[in-house]
Write a protein that binds this ligand. Structure first.
Ligand SMILES: [Zn+2]
Length: 423
């Protein structure tokens, strides 16, 4: 099969190739302006083509929680958001803690044929924080990351052993850094707003303390530790301090922690309940500044779908999480690039070369011979978020109805178009 995408502005995180006709053949990028017979063609005048994004932090809920999301809906949602590869978290039911479950996910995702799936496996059996899983066997089955994400690893000795086990295997450990005894039953950031609302708070110190422990263990053992969803100024400062000392740690932030504050919870709406919680404007400003200074390695969505019924409980009972993978790029483009805070290339780095570098994967580029995982972006027009039309099963959103600019309009995986936005 041979496809042409005509008149597109071609851009990746390393170069702007200008306006060209891009040819795809047998799943790969063939070259520019080649001419000749094609099977399929598309005119992309006025649009930008760039390598599909990589999300290191996606909750797809399969197996066991298909009422919230499944591989088909979740990987379709990812492709609609311009993501070509996602890492699924292991906090499912059963937990992804056995090689057979990893192999099963990979086989099922291939059959779905949307975004590519690279599963993470659990660090401890059943995410109980007691017994390490068999990292070597999980890696052989195809797991690319080890994490109990969703639940912090409370036992520091277990975390040490996990680091020592993962390091020689070259496996990355992703953390969920919240100190549980300090976090307690907090449902939102501890501060002026939680006091005003009379809700149990979760202090940013709970995050900073656990990030300190996780970075210290990375330094001690030489393991590659990825600090997920950093939400606070204090937490980010700890990571920066360890990076300066050469600790093998990397840092992730999410779209929600870059764009929302704890004031969003003033209406007691659990749609804004996430873990770690939305912080203050000061924290948001600091995280944005960290992006600009190049301290952050990737933006991960932490796409965490739930049923509407679950999210419509009261704030204390409702589960943590926001489904956002379909609008993540448009939100980031609107809030960070359109405002002039961040360049488009710097945003692409956080979604392409940044996550690839963390995982030791090849840098996504628009070079001949590279895998044709691509997204076509409409960077000029603004459209409102229509959560009811999400591919995700979670058809509601904190940003529903909000006009955003920079929507993915088509996604190609291995040269095959898997998503087309309806005009
Ligand atoms: Zn988490």
């Amino acid at each position: 099969m041979r496809t042409v995408i005509k008149n597109a502005r071609l851009l990746d995180s390393e170069a702007d190739y200008g306006l060209n006709d891009l040819y795809l053949k047998d799943g790969l990028i063939e070259g520019y302006n080649l001419g000749g017979e094609v099977t399929e063609g598309d005119d992309a005048a006025g649009k930008t083509v760039t390598p599909a994004f990589i999300d290191l932090h996606t909750h797809l809920r399969e197996p066991g929680q298909e009422v919230k999301e499944d591989l088909c809906s979740g990987l379709s949602a990812a492709a609609a958001g311009g993501f070509g590869t996602v890492i699924s978290m292991a906090n499912t039911n059963p937990t992804v803690d056995e090689p057979g479950l990893v192999a099963d996910l990979i086989a099922k995702a291939k059959a779905v044929g949307q975004a590519r799936l690279k599963p993470a496996a659990a660090l401890s059996h059943g995410l109980k924080g007691e017994l390490l899983t068999d990292f070597a066997a999980l890696k052989t089955a195809g797991a690319v990351m080890i994490t109990d994400d969703g639940i912090p690893v409370a036992d520091s000795h277990l975390m040490r052993r996990a680091c020592e086990y993962a390091a020689p295997l070259g496996l990355i450990i992703q953390t969920h850094s919240e100190e549980p005894s300090l976090r307690q039953n907090g449902v939102m950031n501890e501060g002026m707003v939680s006091q005003r609302l009379g809700l149990p708070g979760n202090p940013s110190s709970a995050e900073a303390i656990m990030i300190y422990r996780d970075c210290e263990l990375a330094l001690m053992t030489g393991a590659r530790v990825h600090i997920a969803h950093i939400s606070s100024r204090r937490g980010m400062q700890v990571v920066e301090w360890f990076k300066e000392q050469g600790a093998p740690v990397t840092a992730e932030v999410t779209p929600q922690h870059l764009t929302l504050t704890d004031e969003a919870l003033a209406g007691f709406d659990p749609i804004f309940k996430v873990a770690p919680p939305l912080r203050t404007q000061e924290d948001v400003d600091y995280l944005r500044d960290a992006l600009k200074r190049g301290v952050v390695d990737n933006i991960g969505t932490d796409h965490a779908p739930h049923t509407q019924a679950e999210k419509e409980q009261d704030l204390v009972a409702a589960p943590f999480g926001i489904a956002n993978i379909e609008l993540a790029f448009a939100l980031l483009y609107t809030e960070l690039v359109k405002t002039g805070e961040l360049s488009l290339v710097d945003l692409l780095k956080l979604l392409q070369s940044g996550p690839a570098r963390i995982m030791n994967w090849p840098t996504p580029k628009l070079k001949p011979g590279q895998v044709a995982d691509l997204v076509v972006l409409e960077l000029e027009q603004s459209y409102p978020v229509e959560a009811a039309n999400f591919k995700s099963k979670a058809k509601f959103s904190p940003w529903d109805g909000q006009k955003l600019t920079g929507w993915p309009v088509a996604t190609f995986i291995g040269g095959k178009q898997v998503f087309q936005r309806d005009s």
